[in-house]
Structures are given as C-alpha cells and as structure tokens.
Design a protein around this ligand. Structure first.
Ligand SMILES: NC(=O)c1ccc[n+]([C@@H]2O[C@H](COP(=O)([O-])OP(=O)(O)OC[C@H]3O[C@@H](n4cnc5c(N)ncnc54)[C@H](O)[C@@H]3O)[C@@H](O)[C@H]2O)c1
Length: 266
C-alpha cells in the first residue's frame, strides 16, 4: 500500500504494545492513519506510542470500562473511530490433563471476552457516526483469530486445547458480529499461522522443555512444513489488515482469512 493508503483513518489496536499489534500500529501510522496504541502493559503501551509519536491508552480488554474508555479517547481526540483491531490475546502451552479451570478462565477471558468487549465498544461508536464516503460502511472491525481455531489439528492440539477453543470462538464471534452489524460495519477475522514472535518463542521454549528437546527444535520442525518455505512475519499480517481496513474490502464481511503460507488450505 502507498504511504498515504490510510491517510486520516482513526485506528485503534488492542494489545499493540508489542508483537503483531505493534507492527500493525507501525504500519498504519506509516501509511497516514491516526493510530491509538493500547495494551494492558502500560510501559509497552507508552513506549510504542512514543516511538510512533502517537497516543497510548493502557487498557485491559477484559474490562468493559477500559474498552469504553479506549474508544472514548479515540473519539475525543479524533471525532470518530474508523478501524478497530481486536488483537490482544494470550497463549499458554500445557498438557491436556494438567489444565485446570483457572487456565481456562484466563484464556477465555482475554481471548474471547476481551475480543467481544473491545468489538462491542467499537461497534457502539461506529453506529453513531457517518461514513467517510457515501455508500461506504460506517466502520471496520478486524479480529485476530488463528489457524489454531480451525478444525483439524496437528500434535500441538494436545497442549493448547483452551487456546484452540478460544480462537474458534473468535471466528464464531466474528460471524455473529458481522451478521449483527451488516451493512453498517464490516467484521472480519485474520487467522495467522506461525508468526516469528515472542509468543512463538515462549511456546517453543515450553514445548521443547516438555518433550526434552533442544530449544528451537519444535519451531524448526513446524517451519519445515510451511509450503511457502518461511515463517510468517508480522508484516504479512499488516498487509492483510491494511486490505481489510481499506475500501477495497468494503463488500467483505464475516470472513476468517487464513494467512499462513499455505499451512491450511481451504
Ligand atoms: N504469534 C503467533 O504465531 C500468532 C499466531 C496466530 C495468532 N496470533 C494472535 O495474534 C495476536 C497477537 O499475538 P502476538 O504474537 O503479537 O502476541 P504477544 O504476546 O507478542 O502480544 C500480545 C499483546 O497483548 C497484550 N495483552 C495481553 N492481555 C491483554 C489484555 N487483557 N488487555 C490488553 N492487552 C493484553 C500483551 O501485553 C501483549 O502486548 C493474539 O491474539 C494471538 O493469539 C499469534
């Protein structure tokens, strides 16, 4: 996309203090958007916002008041909210029989309830605004699911059942929201594959420790199976997010799009 592809768009990204969200914030800002960085980690939030010379709003997506305050900040500063990226998420790797109720509560609270509350807060604002141009949606919402939420799974399913369930729920939630808000707001999910990120570094460390393998071993095995021959970069995801934020995707809603180098083909 060009340097002005998102000129003036007001974009809020949850969980953007680091990782994929941070790269999305960098990309939208570089392409002219007015970005609000948000994260539960106030330090990461402030630091990323400062780097981008933009606003940082610490917020915990599991708290409805935080989500409302985040959206209110966008509208107070910029008068509207064009794109909400519900990106915040957590991962935990633990064998099936060792998982307990608190693991499930935490996973579903952040990945599902947090996605819902941030999406809902954004939709409430978007429904009150006028479109940027006649015939266009009032706003666009992008959720962050995963290929882990798709049916069918490799051996990793044994150690992330709650994460997989949470991402399947995000796909379902995306469809419910798309149906609820069409034709006024588009809602689509991104399903990344194996992203070279802190999240995956932590997963590899935990999984190799469980299996008594050398650090990096699981990551190498997984990468070897990617048809496109390389791990995914957050920039790949930014390309898709840019499209979903643009007028080129105005007719698309309720979709969950795999961007994973061909790991899952459907
Ligand atoms: N890394 C991958 O391979 C991969 C693959 C598929 C999907 N995803 C999804 O992409 C999203 C981003 O993942 P990432 O790799 O950048 O992870 P990450 O751990 O690097 O970043 C996640 C960010 O979310 C923030 N966060 C956590 N709980 C929060 C809360 N309650 N409220 C607000 N912010 C919170 C964290 O502080 C962190 O800054 C997640 O939803 C993840 O499930 C990642």
């Amino acid at each position: 996309m060009s340097a002005t592809a998102h000129q003036g768009l007001v974009v809020v990204i949850t969980g953007s203090g680091q990782g994929i969200g941070r790269v999305l914030a960098q990309r939208f800002a570089r392409e002219g958007a007015r970005v609000i960085v948000s994260d539960i980690d106030p330090h990461a939030c402030t630091q990323t916002a400062a780097e981008l010379d933009t606003v940082g709003v610490p917020a915990d997506v599991t708290q409805a008041e935080d989500c409302a305050r985040l959206v209110e900040k966008a509208t107070t500063l910029f008068g509207r909210l064009d794109v909400m990226v519900c990106n915040a998420g957590i991962m935990q790797l633990k064998p099936f029989l060792e998982l307990d109720g608190s693991d499930w509560d935490r996973m579903l609270s952040v990945n599902v309830k947090g996605c819902f509350l941030s999406l809902q807060a954004a939709a409430r604002q978007m429904l009150q605004q006028t479109p940027l141009a006649v015939g266009r949606p009032l706003g666009k919402i992008i959720t962050m699911a995963s290929i882990a939420g798709r049916p069918g799974a490799g051996p990793i399913a044994q150690v992330i059942p709650h994460y997989r369930a949470s991402k399947a729920a995000v796909i379902s939630l995306t469809q419910s929201a798309a149906m609820t808000f069409a034709p006024k707001i588009t809602v689509n999910a991104i399903c990344p594959g194996l992203v070279e990120s802190d999240m995956w570094r932590r997963m590899d460390a935990d999984w190799t420790a469980l299996q008594g393998l050398a650090t990096g071993e699981i990551w190498s095995q997984r990468i070897a199976g990617i048809p496109m021959g390389r791990p995914q970069s957050p920039e790949d995801i930014a390309d898709l997010a840019g499209y979903l934020a643009s007028p080129q995707s105005d007719y698309m809603t309720g979709q969950s799009i795999n961007i994973d180098g061909g790991l899952m083909m459907n």
